[in-house]
Design a protein around this ligand. Sequence first.
Ligand code: PEP
Ligand code: MG
Length: 591
Amino acid sequence: MELKKGIGVSTGVVIGPALLLDNDEIRIGRRAITLAEVAAEQQRLRTALTAASDDLRDLRERTRRNLGKEMAAIFDFHLALLNDPQLQAAFSQGIERDSHSAEFAVRRALREYGKHFTEHPDAYFRERVKDIYDLERRLLQHLMGAGKIRLEPTDQPVVIVAHDLTPSQTASLDKSKVRGIAIEAGGRTSHTAILANSLGIPAVVGLDSLTREVTTGDVLVVNGYSGVVIIDPDAATIEEHQKYEQRQVRYRTQLDSMRHLPARTKDGVDIKLFGNIEFPHEVDTALAKGAMGIGLYRTEFLYLAGGHEPTEEDHYAAYCRVLQCMGQRPVVIRTLDLGADKYSPFQDQVPEANPFLGFRSIRLCLGNLRIFKTQLRAILRASTRGDLRLMFPLISTPLELRQAKMVLKDTMEELDEQNIPYNPHLRVGMMVEVPSTALLPKPYVRDCDFLSIGTNDLIQYTLAVDRGNQRVASLYSAANPAVLRLIKNVIWSARSRRRAISLCGEMGGDPDFTLLLVGLGLRQFSVAPQHIPEIKKVIRSMNARHARQVAQRALGFEHTQQVMGFLREETRKILPDIFSEVPAKPVTATV
Ligand code: PEP
Ligand code: MG
């Protein structure tokens, strides 16, 4: 039995046999063909190209139906590659000029092509190499007669183990056959993580050397909450996890039944629970979990998942869809937060030594007014369709906020000139995710209709810890006393001016912090939809008066571990089953 620690990116616990995806290369001999064989090889190539194209269209359509348009757009890139005339000419030349078999010509041309991406300074392009390999595998399998990629050779549900999964592999997984995913590569925002989440398949990524230690058939426990994978668990561990899983299902079903109940403390304080989404289709889950609104729509995923730069109409259609589903409920649309770890092929990304401190987010938008205004026009147009609110990310100075608002005003004037309607009273807010704004929130509170604390970034900037780097993960904690001070400062400053204040970082979805945040005066949370019921349960079990005492005491500690231990203990007191159902997480696993 061996325990491995990675990053849990899609919640749930599963136990099942591993299916190790064979990432071995398909072996291809370098056979020279004769002149007489050229025509036949060209025909084989054409047949394979058509079959691969049919596959991809089919996959795109199925993905669109099951996961929505944005996810399906991943395959537009594959189709664009496949239809690239230069690439097709290179395949053909390999056969005709170099006397290569169709297989060898395809591999050589795609490897050559992939090299440009591997060496690209932009991380987004380097990532795309996976798509090129995916396309290569698909073409080779058609050429060699293996047909469609099959991930499910057994009729028993499996846990997929691989170094990495390409987007098309992940999207083609059959949920009834795949119980879990455990992979070596990836981070929280990788395509695989996003897709696993949307599919509702428990997943852990960042599991160092897993494929060397697991073989097909090994039993695995995948804990998508804690990010732990256990290889060959003993009978007692299996039983323990089976029971744990059953309890989880019972517990979550019971929590979901609270969907219509208010998030009200025992002493009558109402809390608003909103959902965070990345794609329009997630609105359904948010509503099913009882979200009162969308508190953070991360619109940059329109760029990251699509095969082309989104047009004003693409933006508009996505926003209208969300607003329509949400009815009269508020929807906070965050303007593009590209850059740092979120690259898009449509941005001019000059390599940066410290991209998290660089030309990202609102800075990138203010430096690319065409992109920014395209989005703002769509947001403004959609603002007549529901309770839309606009939020700027990563503001770090009052001037930056003023500039962003000026661009918004310009865009409004352009719409006025064109007689295009929009809501002139649109509420405008910003994220507080940089220590400079959390330390001195006054000018932002004055100039915004609302603020939302982005703890994911605020923690990394306050503690100088990269939020995506496993090697420093133990230093990353929302329970750090300095972080708590900043959060308190922002909440108090906003409340003193009667400004709406929310928190939309992952911290808000962790029940260990609910007492503290309510105690600090937070009355609005925006969390990943699957966390809403649990947070509601904690709220309904607490007294706001007790929460205030907890917050006061927590602010007095000097060490992260003291804060964490105290918060867990207090939460356990009001809600013992949270801790019996979900095993305590190590401090390193908390957000
Ligand atoms: C945050 O930084 O807390 C946040 C919500 O934004 P993102 O996770 O998209 O950076
Ligand atoms: Mg952020």
